[in-house]
Design a protein around this ligand. Structure first.
Ligand SMILES: Cc1ncc(COP(=O)(O)O)c(C=O)c1O
Length: 394
């Protein structure tokens, strides 16, 4: 029998994420899919990749979905397919995962960082517009934590300044903006299926979606070392320098089992977020935005507090999984020092980096677990209110 390391009367622990639960529930289907792959002997560019691409294109409401090796590659292939390279500038939020900016750098282009909008986490379109120069060729709105970037101002700015819009949907698979699926609004949408994402592979995987036939052809070509045979040309003839960024059959078979569950899983994430909201409203901790018609799919549930580090410790001490995404904005990272930004250049993002804290969210979380996290946070808030009152009277 499984032995718990917890004493029986210890309060329950709540993990930040539990990757086993989803796979236990789908085990029979996953194993069946994997057996078929092994029996077929086709591990690269086989029937599962083609079928997943068709199923994903239908789900996301786009003409083309192209499986690639990771979310980072999805960004690199998209930007390359759009003609971005050396000498070009690309607008990127400074408050995102490094992959967004790294993809730009690897192509020889330059990320131009943009601050977050006051009171939110996503890119501030007004700040983005101020940074446009004749060298600016593209903008990457990142739907951070699963929250949709309001796309109208981004698309309007892009039209006015002739910019390509590459959506980074790594953290927001299945999210919507109005009637549109996130990723289907810009020139391309770039997904990561890293195991912690809303739609997750069992390893690395990614995808580019687009409605543009020419861009789709270029991504298809680039994905396989730009071998002309991909588009009906001669094998081992290479019109350009490509990448090796194929999605493999094992990951595609897994993603095909999971895709039909994505909406249900996102609804469960939204339900947990609403429960957190009812438990934590008005307690002095800033909560993420609500989900309007799927505009937030809570890949992460990120709260804000000026006492973040104390709250972080309190949650950890009480067995609650927590993480900080991200403690250092990109413009202050060693990796991007060559761009010449200084502390103070992006005040909203710098404050976010000091205040954000992500607490447990995943579809299989129980109401009891959400309640436990809520009560540990409320305990912290009351204890700190007592301390502050004492400090004031002292
Ligand atoms: C916002 C964002 N963009 C891009 C990526 C890169 O995806 P991958 O890890 O699949 O390369 C990630 C991954 O965490 C991400 O969170």
């Amino acid at each position: 029998m499984h032995q718990s390391s917890q004493p029986t009367n210890a309060p329950p622990t709540v993990p930040l994420i539990d990757l086993r639960a989803q796979h236990q529930a789908l085990e029979a289907k996953l194993v069946r899919g994997l057996r078929r792959v092994f029996a077929s002997g086709r591990f690269v560019m086989g029937p599962n990749v083609h079928a997943f691409q068709e199923e994903a294109a239908e789900y996301f409401g786009v003409k083309h979905a192209i499986g690639v090796a990771s979310g980072t590659d999805a960004l690199m292939l998209s930007l390359t397919a759009l003609g971005i390279g050396r000498g070009d500038d690309v607008l990127v939020p400074t408050f995102t995962y490094t992959a967004t900016a790294a993809a730009v750098c690897h192509l020889g282009a330059r990320p131009v960082f943009v601050d977050s909008v006051a009171g939110g986490f996503n890119m501030d379109p007004a700040d983005a517009e101020r940074r446009i120069t004749p060298k600016t060729k593209a903008i990457i709105p990142v739907h951070l934590y699963g929250e949709a970037v309001p796309m109208e101002p981004i698309m309007e700015m892009a039209r006015a300044h002739h910019l390509h819009v590459v959506e980074d949907v790594a953290q927001a698979a299945g999210g919507r903006w109005g009637a549109a699926m996130l990723g289907s609004i810009g020139a391309t949408g770039c997904f990561s299926f890293y195991p912690t994402k809303n739609l997750a592979a069992c390893g690395d995987a990614g995808m580019v979606i687009t409605n543009d036939d020419e861009v789709a052809d270029r991504v298809l070509l680039l994905r396989q070392q730009a071998d002309a045979s991909v588009l009906g040309g001669q094998k081992y003839s290479h019109p350009t320098v490509g990448f090796n960024s194929r999605l493999d059959e094992v990951q595609a078979a897994i993603l095909r089992v999971k895709l039909p569950h994505l909406d249900t899983w996102n609804q469960l994430r939204i339900k947990h977020a609403e429960r957190y909201r009812s438990l934590l409203a008005d307690c002095g901790i800033e909560l993420p935005a609500g989900s309007r018609d799927g505009s937030h799919v809570y890949c992460l549930y990120t709260v804000r507090s000026p006492e973040r580090d104390r709250l972080h410790q309190h949650l950890r001490d009480n067995g609650i999984g927590v993480a900080i995404y991200y403690p250092i904005p990109l413009h202050l990272q060693e990796a991007y020092r060559f761009l010449g930004y200084q502390k103070g250049d992006f005040p909203v993002a710098e404050r976010l980096a000091k205040e954000v804290l992500s607490i447990p969210i995943f579809p299989e979380l129980s109401d009891d677990q959400v309640d436990r996290v809520g009560s540990v946070i409320r305990e912290f808030v009351s204890a700190r209110a007592g301390v502050t009152a004492e400090e004031k009277t002292a």
